[in-house]
Design a protein around this ligand. Structure first.
Ligand SMILES: [Zn+2]
Length: 288
């Protein structure tokens, strides 16, 4: 057990060391992490048990505004492929096929992007066990996945993300949006349960290559937790409005969990509880 614990701590330590080195070698990352210290956040509450934090993070405009239509994606250089990544960006190899990288547009503390080496589409079905293997080695983190039409800005290159755990991200099911929860003591048990949920969601959206979803995973003691947020829309209608009705919000796993990212100050200032209720209603798929 002690050995196990040492292995766990070692990946988290390696990541701390990676951040220390990368902040020295890569000024853009250092600036982005410093800005996160001053980021504006407001908390909205529904009773005592439900809360959503809204973060004003203008650097996320690239991701929030990302085009994901096939023609655009096919023609742009993929920013997760090795030849197109910033030359300063260094990583940690994981499972001989992933690279753990510092995300230069952080939302969370120690925000990581974890692409596969190979350029293959964003599909989670056969990769949940690898996601949980990573989760197990990062007990202080949440690991998350955005489906290709549910917030991923690189739908053509498989990647996970991770960052330090916060309470609003792990609150699970509530009346604002659907969240299916899988919990277990082994990766194989959780992977089997995930397959059942996946197959069920597939029956609801047979026309999609993958049921629309976001996933967040984390450890609670020695138990694995998977929170699945089924989706019915990529973006709410406010995203496409003009003028005062516009809210430039493109929800991914963190937004669905309870941390909504705004990239324009006017949106951060004006967003209220009823806007959040409305956005969740539009993008979350109710499960009976
Ligand atoms: Zn790629």
């Amino acid at each position: 057990m002690l050995l196990q614990k040492n292995i766990i701590m070692s990946l988290q330590n390696d990541i701390e060391n990676l951040f220390s080195l990368q902040k020295k070698e890569w000024p853009q990352l250092n600036d982005a992490i410093l800005k996160l210290d001053d980021v504006m956040v407001k908390q909205l509450n529904w009773g005592d048990n439900i809360s959503v934090k809204v973060q004003f993070n203008p650097a996320r405009i690239t991701s929030t505004g990302a085009k994901i239509d096939k023609k655009f994606i096919d023609e742009r250089p993929c920013f997760l492929c090795e030849q197109n990544r910033p030359s300063e960006q260094k990583g940690i190899i994981f499972l001989d096929k992933y690279l753990i990288l510092c995300n230069p547009f952080p939302i969370l503390r120690n925000h990581l992007t974890i692409p596969l080496f190979s350029h293959v589409p964003q599909r989670i079905r056969h990769k949940v066990s690898e996601m949980l293997t990573l989760t197990e080695k990062l007990p202080d983190y949440v690991v998350f996945y955005n489906g290709p039409k549910s917030g991923a800005s690189a739908p053509d290159h498989f990647h996970l993300q991770a960052g330090l755990k916060t309470a609003e991200l792990t609150q699970g099911d509530n009346e604002l949006r659907s969240c299916l929860i899988i919990e277990g003591s082994t990766i194989s048990e959780c992977t089997e349960l995930f397959e059942e949920v996946y197959q069920y969601l597939r029956t609801l959206q047979p026309e999609e290559e993958e049921p629309m979803l976001n996933i967040i995973t984390f450890m609670e003691g020695d138990r694995y937790k998977i929170h699945i947020f089924p989706r019915k829309a990529h973006r709410p209608k406010q995203y496409y409005e003009e003028g005062s009705k516009k809210l430039l919000i493109s929800p991914g796993a963190l937004d669905m969990s309870g941390m909504i990212i705004t990239v324009r100050e006017e949106d951060f200032n004006k967003i209220e509880k009823q806007d959040i209720e409305d956005i969740y209603m539009q993008v979350s798929l109710p499960i009976m």
